[in-house]
Ligand binder design. Structure first.
Ligand code: AMP
Length: 460
């Protein structure tokens, strides 16, 4: 039962209450109403709530209050799957903890490692990190990174971090957990948490307080979810046409386009630029500086189009996205949920348009099952698309040739191989292992589909 309705009733201190007032945070959101008090009273906590519902403040506020009572560094470690999320969380901590001059450090890949090591030595109050880079610091530091006295461990987007089949974080997390004190509060937050319950019990010394949003649907009612069923080779033509018609009728709209691979992300960005759109992109083959620049340009409405891989699918708070376009349909329904969660945030309306081919129908069914909603048809004037189709397809081919000439992505593959060998591991063996995991994941997906039964997309 939710009885506590104000920040004051949750037990927050006077300085926080005054600060929240000045920030215009008038009342707590449900995840804050339910999780802040248990965290303040020393419990471990698992909070499951949709993106954009104030999850960060739900853990940051009680941590900052405890920190203000007994300030020392390093007080709290926050782990999160993507670099951009790490920066976003750091910004929230800095904003909410301004009255106590909270010191935060972001430790992520793609940024200067020596600088990060020096910052860690200065013992900031809050360290926000992606597992890979933090584990590197721990492995490479002579005296070890000193997290022995941390009071809080937060796993943000916990399901992604802990999902060993999905993820690449397993080994790095082991290295990190190994140096943390047993006595600490562990807080887990995510939009989709269920699969991780068992792992969490191992992480928490005591049984955690668990709170989950009461609704079973995982996308918001304000989101209008559409699809276009088309053959694979016309996707780009449809994409250009849809972007054009949205921006022509609403020039101030912001659109996020999601695709699966870095290469396709790069191709689509170049394609849309050739077609006359101003756009930015975000994928993991870009330098971290370019990633942050792209994101801030899009956030400040300097450009209306952002093309991204799933590195941008989770948790990013970009308030003004009106449309999300899925250039591919993700295999995991939760990835779809995270992607479309970039729009229709904080009570605003939004639309998602998924480009569906005949090969994706089972994926759409699985998504519809999980979100408990049927995607609706998005009407597109087919003849208008046909007029631009050849031109768009020629543009793609030209861009693909250009990228092949420049060995796009090859350097990273080589560097990854060298790094594995430097650590005395066998890259070929690891590739085999990756393949095995991928195979198991596909098997799981297939099983899920079999359980879900016949085709439910009415228009197919
Ligand atoms: P999050 O779900 O943590 O990404 O938060 C989404 C956005 O909501 C962020 O910009 C927060 O600053 C904002 N926010 C969080 N809690 C509140 C609140 N109680 N009232 C108003 N805005 C909030």
């Amino acid at each position: 039962m939710e009885t506590k309705l104000t920040f004051k009733e949750l037990g927050l201190s006077e300085w926080i209450l005054n600060h929240l007032k000045s920030l215009g945070f008038n009342k707590p959101t449900p995840v804050q109403r339910n999780c802040i008090t248990p965290i303040l009273s020393g419990e471990g906590c698992m909070g499951c709530s949709k993106t954009g519902t104030g999850k960060t403040a739900a853990f940051a506020l009680p941590i900052l209050q405890k920190l203000s009572e007994d300030p020392y560094g390093i007080y709290c470690l926050v782990l999160t799957p993507t670099r951009e999320l790490a920066y976003q969380i750091s910004e929230q901590f800095a904003l909410l903890g301004k009255p106590i001059n909270v010191r935060t450090t972001v430790v992520v890949g793609g940024m200067d490692s020596l600088e990060q090591a020096a910052e860690l030595k200065r013992k900031p109050h809050i360290v926000i990190a992606t597992p890979g880079r933090l584990a590197d610091h721990i492995r490479n530091s002579e005296n070890g990174v000193n997290f022995r006295k941390i009071k809080f461990l937060v796993l943000d987007e916990a399901d992604r971090l802990l999902d060993r089949l999905d993820g690449d974080f397993g080994d790095d997390l082991d290295v990190i957990f190994n140096i943390l004190p047993k006595k600490r509060q562990t807080l887990l937050f995510s939009a989709t948490l269920t699969d991780t319950l068992k792992e969490v019990q191992d992480l928490n010394a005591k049984k955690p307080f668990v709170w989950s949003e009461p609704k079973t649907v995982s996308t918001v009612d304000e989101l209008d979810q559409r699809y276009v069923l088309i053959p694979e080779h016309v996707k780009d033509g449809y994409l250009v046409f849809i972007c054009n018609s949205i921006l022509e009728s609403s020039p101030n709209h912001s659109i996020m386009i999601f695709t699966k691979t870095c290469k396709n992300c790069q191709i689509i960005a170049m394609l849309l630029r050739s077609a006359g759109f101003d756009c930015t992109s975000l994928h993991s083959l870009m330098s971290q500086r370019s990633r942050l620049d792209s994101l801030s340009k899009f956030k400040s409405s300097g450009t209306r189009l952002l093309i991204a891989t799933d590195v941008a699918a989770r948790g990013l708070d970009i308030p003004l996205v009106q449309t999300v376009i899925n250039h591919n349909i993700p295999g995991a329904p939760k990835t779809y949920i995270h992607r479309v969660g970039r729009t229709a945030r904080a009570g605003r309306s939004g639309m998602s348009i998924s480009l569906v081919t005949q090969f994706d129908i089972h994926r759409v069914q699985a998504i519809e099952e999980v979100i408990n909603t049927k995607l609706k048809d998005y009407e597109v004037e087919e003849n208008a698309v046909l007029k631009i189709l050849t031109k768009v397809n020629v543009m793609r081919r030209e861009i693909e040739i250009k990228l092949e000439e420049n060995d796009f992505g090859e350097r990273r593959k080589l560097n990854k191989r060298k790094a594995i060998m430097r650590e005395g591991r066998d890259p070929d063996e690891e590739k085999k292992q990756e393949k095995r995991l991928k195979f198991e994941r596909r098997k799981r997906e297939r099983k899920l589909r079999m359980k879900q039964g016949p085709n439910k997309m009415s228009s197919t």
